[in-house]
Design a protein around this ligand. Structure first.
Ligand code: HEC
Length: 425
């Protein structure tokens, strides 16, 4: 998912042509660059000559489609991005009903999503327009404008050059799409837990959370244990975190095209968990990242649609046991293809199974997520291996760090001055 292309029809997604057939250079470029967001890799390792030979061979598989020379697509005159252009683009986005497939905020959650099929009858998901780096034909503005003008053949994604009011609207749309998210994600290596005084809100939409810088963590499909997940739905979780004298609180944001409690047969409850070792020590030994094993378990701070936030221990992905009398809580909201979740827990814990969080200690953490609406449950999940998080120095201590440093430097300078003076004498 998506399935590999059937070459016998001569239908290609990525074209810079006004005719149905792609140009030789279009085919050469896809072979060279691969297709982001799919299992088609880059074949840049092959010598140029071999890649051109492949192009020639592919065309023989659909000779009818390539009988006429392809016509180059002329894009309307480029319009630079500006506030006015983005606004116009958003208007067109609504007027042409892009949202029916791509969702109001572009997160691939439009109402038509479940019915979309490609030319061969396979289900096909609309692109998440906030993640440009997954676009098959590339994330640049010109690439996007070309896709909108030429369409993406073999998919339900139509050609828009005739639907826009004026040809340059293609550029306004491209500028609007480019404003929805970065060209590439910048992934975090460490999650910082901000020290605060006073209350930390449970409301995931509170202003408080918007002020904290998110750490973007990439997730992969679980492909170690059967059944595996080669086509994971959740590929990115943005983590914010804070703590006060009492609690440590995590704020997670991730895209999921449907809010699912599950029917228990084809769909399941959406879920996410933060995984920690049961005890946080200075030792570099950590439990097996895939939810622990029979010898050494892990601790999970977990949220499940319909059940809320809870705590559990796990000894492997199929052996999850809730911790009775857990002290965790929190709140989730679902908004146009995106979950925002707050999970809170006391810093200090009792018992062997639950870790106590301490400032400045590097704490191993891993994430697992399930898009139940896409049939993910059990080992069919997306996950990370171990990352680290670190609770900042408490605020009350920070004030005292600077003065001693300044005092030591002042003293050192004085000693040097006195020594120099003595030498002169
Ligand atoms: C009928 C459903 C539908 C509508 C309406 C639609 N799209 Fe799409 N769009 C898709 C599908 C499906 C894909 C994914 C194709 C794929 O996987 O290769 C897609 C892909 C895309 C892509 C990514 C292209 C790439 O290089 O991978 C962009 C950008 C895009 N659409 C923008 C738009 C805009 C802007 C509109 C409105 C002007 C729009 N779409 C309307 C279904 C739709």
């Amino acid at each position: 998912m998506p399935a590999p292309r059937d070459f016998t029809r001569g239908l290609y997604k990525i074209r810079t042509t006004a005719s149905k057939a792609p140009s030789d250079r279009d085919l050469f470029k896809i072979i060279t660059d691969g297709m982001p967001g799919t299992s088609m890799p880059s074949w840049a390792v092959l010598p140029d000559k071999d890649r051109w030979n492949l192009v020639a061979y592919l065309k023989t598989l659909a000779p009818e489609a390539f009988k006429e020379a392809p016509k180059k697509l002329e894009l309307p005159k480029e319009v630079a991005s500006s506030e006015a252009s983005i606004k116009r683009g958003k208007e067109m986005f609504e007027a042409i009903e892009c949202h029916k497939c791509h969702g109001t905020d572009g997160r691939a959650d439009g109402p038509s999503r479940p019915e979309l099929k490609d030319e061969w009858g396979h289900p096909i998901a609309p692109a998440n327009l906030t993640k440009r780096w997954t676009f098959r034909g590339g994330p640049g503005r010109t690439e996007i404008a070309t896709r909108l003008a030429a369409g993406v053949l073999g998919t339900p994604m139509p050609t828009f050059i005739d639907s826009v009011e004026k040809p340059e609207d293609i550029w306004h749309l491209a500028n609007y799409l480019a404003s929805l998210g970065p060209e590439r994600p910048s992934y975090a290596t460490l999650i910082t837990v901000t020290a605060v005084r006073g209350d930390i809100p449970d409301d995931p939409n509170a202003e408080f959370w918007k002020k904290l810088t998110p750490s973007a963590i990439p997730l992969m499909g679980q492909i170690i244990q059967d059944p595996r997940n080669f086509n994971p739905s959740v590929d990115l979780v943005a983590v914010r975190a804070a703590y006060n004298e009492r609690d440590v609180v995590f704020h997670l944001t991730w895209d999921d095209p449907s809010e699912s409690k599950g029917d228990g047969k084809q769909t399941f409850a959406d879920a996410i968990s933060l995984q920690f070792p049961p005890q946080i020590t200075a030792s570099i030994e950590r439990p097996y990242f895939l939810m622990g094993d029979a010898n050494e378990g892990v601790y999970l701070l977990r949220w499940e649609q319909g059940k809320g936030v809870g705590e559990a221990t796990a000894n492997g992905p199929t052996k999850i046991a809730p911790i009775a009398g857990g002290e965790a809580g929190g709140k989730a909201v679902y908004d146009h293809g995106q979950y925002r979740l707050v999970m809170r827990r006391p810093l200090a814990a009792t018992g062997e199974a639950r870790p106590t969080f301490r400032p400045v200690v590097f704490t191993p953490v891993a994430i697992q997520a399930w898009d139940g609406g896409a049939g993910e449950t059990g080992t069919r999940m997306s996950l990370t291996s171990w990352y680290y998080l670190r609770l900042e120095e408490p605020q009350s201590n920070r004030r005292f760090v600077i003065p001693p440093v300044v005092a030591i430097l002042t003293l050192a300078a004085m000693v040097l001055v006195v020594r120099a003076a003595n030498r002169v004498r």
